[in-house]
Design a protein. Structure first.
Lengths: 184, 370
């Protein structure tokens, strides 16, 4: 095959010379490289205390968005579930009853909404499919867990905090990603 | 003369049809993209058609004897063919423009609430606007709205979605023996309604759900239960003393979520194999027989390959043989996790298909362990 880079080298099988047999020059050369790194910028960070900034397009754990009145935006239209290539999303819809107008934005809502994080591949197609700006992939990782049971995320775990009652928690969960409510 | 076949050319495809055929039916004989869309015309209903104007075509040559073109676009569902007629459907820019205009008019007052609507996925207006419509709307005013209404126990009317095709009115007139609903008022105020919220309690009134091209008339027993594309259409039949009993069941697992009549590729109810008439089905079959044991299931119903309903459905799928039990000398594998112990969706204690109407928070609260 044609070499793809110019860095390929023929293996040299000629017997070693006396200086090579001593190994000391090679060791000194290697140690010099190691020593020079003392004066270079350290690429490692102390992870749990320090964190790196997320990329603009990072796709992490899902959040279910609310509108400016704190009502759930999701109407259980099923477009995220049909777009999901891993079939991780399942839901069951219910009709909004009288007196629940402050909880749900539309007459139909997701009574049950689950994402199986063992299946999810964080492709973001659900976010793209959503016609109601209801699901977003946030800037957090799905936390590790010892049990499989812990990876089935239900609606309570996915819902963003209410922007009216828990403003700070909402801002933190929304990050720079979630489309904030504007007066439509 | 009358039994002679007439030659018609639609978009340079020639087809021979008997006298009295409409342009639309001739185009359907050819099929494919040439066929004009139809929102109000419904073959089994006498007198339907001519209202929605989506099936407009251009007649570039009237007939062999009188080759003058027709000056205006004509509604193909109501215009019968002449010998030697030449018709332009998708080859005429005038027709395409006119259709786009008609779609824009039909969508003027449409709420576009497809994420909520139960018809989404099998809606003719969705297909129409997707294939023939423009991207945006130029309408700047408040949309006309109506309150949703119950037409009897089983049928939900969303007047905001209605396009006034009159199909349901013809159905009630021709299929059931007494019609109690109709179109009231005129112009912008026109609406499908009953006087004093009368119950539509005729045995065949459920068929108005099937003929409705949009989500204006929907099945209340299926309301919000599931999206159409997550249910599996299976052809099935039962012995019914009122109707032909030939239906399509929309199932998930062994649960029957919805029962509809069988429809052909144009969305019209098929002719029954048993009786030879149009396969209207009765309310008992449609609304009350919601158990798989009520039916003899024949197999997967044909699904258009461009339809979203086809997702996740495979005809002739052969499941691989389970080998673990053989290897383990007949012992069953130990399951590490029962999904129902974690997941709240598809709870075996809640049979959604057996609830008569949409699920509400009360249904889920009953079995809530949180």
């Amino acid at each position: 095959m044609q070499p793809l880079t110019n860095r390929s080298k023929q293996v040299d099988r000629s017997p070693m010379t006396f200086s090579e047999k001593l190994y000391l020059p090679s060791i000194a050369k290697g140690m010099a490289i190691t020593f020079s790194h003392l004066f270079k910028k350290r690429p490692t960070i102390q992870y749990p205390e320090q964190t790196r900034p997320f990329s603009q397009v990072f796709r992490g754990l899902h959040v279910l968005n609310r509108d400016e009145e704190g009502r759930e935006r999701c109407t259980a239209c099923g477009l995220c579930a049909v777009a999901c290539p891993a079939e991780a999303i399942t839901m069951e819809a219910a009709e909004r009853m009288d007196g629940e107008e402050n909880l749900y934005r539309e007459e139909k809502y997701a009574a049950k909404y689950e994402i199986n994080m063992l299946r999810c591949i964080f492709c973001g197609l659900c976010e793209e499919a959503c016609p109601k700006d209801a699901i977003y992939l946030s800037e957090t990782f799905a936390p590790a867990n010892f049990n499989r049971q812990g990876f089935i995320y239900n609606k309570q775990e996915l819902l963003i905090p209410n922007p009216l009652t828990e403003k700070e928690a909402y801002e933190k969960a929304a990050g720079g990603r979630v489309r904030k409510p504007v007066n439509e | 003369m009358s039994d002679q076949l007439l030659k018609v050319t639609i978009d340079n495809i020639t087809v021979e049809v008997p006298n009295g055929t409409t342009i639309l039916q001739a185009a359907r004989k050819i099929g494919g993209d040439v066929t004009p869309p139809a929102m109000c015309f419904y073959t089994p209903l006498k007198g339907s058609g001519g209202k929605c104007r989506t099936c407009l075509v251009e007649v570039s040559k009237g007939s062999e004897k009188d080759p003058r073109p027709m000056p205006k676009l004509v509604a193909s569902c109501r215009t019968t063919v002449m010998d030697g007629m030449e018709i332009k459907s998708i080859t005429s820019q005038r027709v395409l423009d006119a259709r786009a205009g008609v779609v824009e008019f039909l969508l003027l007052n449409h709420p576009l609430d497809c994420p909520i609507c139960d018809q989404a996925g099998e809606c003719h207006l969705q297909d129409l606007s997707y294939e023939h419509g423009k991207n945006g709307t130029r309408y700047e005013f408040q949309r006309r709205t109506f309150k949703k209404r119950d037409l009897g126990q089983y049928i939900q009317l969303h007047m905001t979605r209605c396009i006034l095709c009159y199909r349901c009115v013809f159905t009630a007139d021709q299929v059931s023996n007494k019609r109690v609903h109709g179109v009231l008022d005129r112009g912008d105020h026109a609406e499908i309604a009953t006087y004093i919220e009368q119950n539509l309690n005729n045995d065949f009134i459920g068929n108005v759900i099937d003929v409705c091209p949009v989500g204006a008339l929907t099945d209340k027993t299926f309301r919000f239960k599931n999206r159409v594309w997550f249910t599996k259409p299976m052809t099935a039949h039962r012995d019914c003393d009122k109707c032909c009993g030939e239906v399509t069941l929309w199932m998930r697992g062994d649960e029957v979520f919805r029962v509809t009549a069988r429809k052909d590729e144009w969305g019209e109810i098929k002719t029954s194999e048993k009786t030879g008439n149009t396969g209207w089905i009765c309310n008992d079959c449609r609304f009350d027989k919601k158990k798989a044991s009520d039916w003899t299931i024949e197999g997967l119903a044909p699904i258009d390959r461009h339809s979203v309903i086809g997702q996740g459905k495979y005809k002739g799928l052969k499941k691989p043989e389970e080998t673990i039990e053989k290897v383990l000398d007949g012992r069953k594998p130990r399951l590490l996790m029962n999904i129902h112990s974690v997941s709240e969706v598809n709870n075996p204690e809640i049979e959604l298909s057996e609830i008569n109407g949409p699920a509400t928070s009360a249904v889920f609260k009953k079995n809530n362990h949180e």
